[in-house]
Design a protein around this ligand. Sequence first.
Ligand code: FE2
Ligand code: FE2
Length: 201
Amino acid sequence: MGSVPTIAESLTDAVRVGLEGASGGYASGMATTETRTASQGILSDDNAAKREEIIGLLKKAYWMEIETVMSYLANSINPDGVRAQEIVESLEKDIQEELGHARQFAQRIKELYGVVPGSTDFEAEQTYLQPPEHQTDIVHVIKGVIEAETGAIEHYNRIIEATDGVDWVTQDMVIQILHDEEGHRRLFEGYLREYQAEGLA
Ligand SMILES: [Fe+2]
Ligand SMILES: [Fe+2]
């Protein structure tokens, strides 16, 4: 037969539960600002250093997208020949997507209390997407696009890792952009395979 708690024991339990409830729930959050501030994620004061790190990564991503827009714009117009037509049309479509990515990165920089950089901060890096010697050399363009997309995929994976557990919104945004870049890369890998199958690459 189980022991029936005395009135004194029941009262002690009630007090204990009451205290635990107060320390873990609503009450402390409302009574002091400490708990609430700490729970505000990437915008909290505690995360100022992490925020700066993420803003730096986002600025680099922003410039990568801007340079990709420049490179794809030039490479959607320069190529000559019938064979280049599909690549040209594909790049024309990508320009809008990459511009959209740049806009998303810029918006997020601002949301994290950063400032979207001005054009004098820009440093070009896409040596592999400069115009080829012959404008019928579409394989050069395809390989350049694959290189650009690969660079983006690598950098965005870094951002996803850096934001893990601390900035879910940036992480979620970059995961979606990464999905786009993986799609772009896969598309151009397909083009390259076609040229390789014909012995042209
Ligand atoms: Fe992009
Ligand atoms: Fe892309």
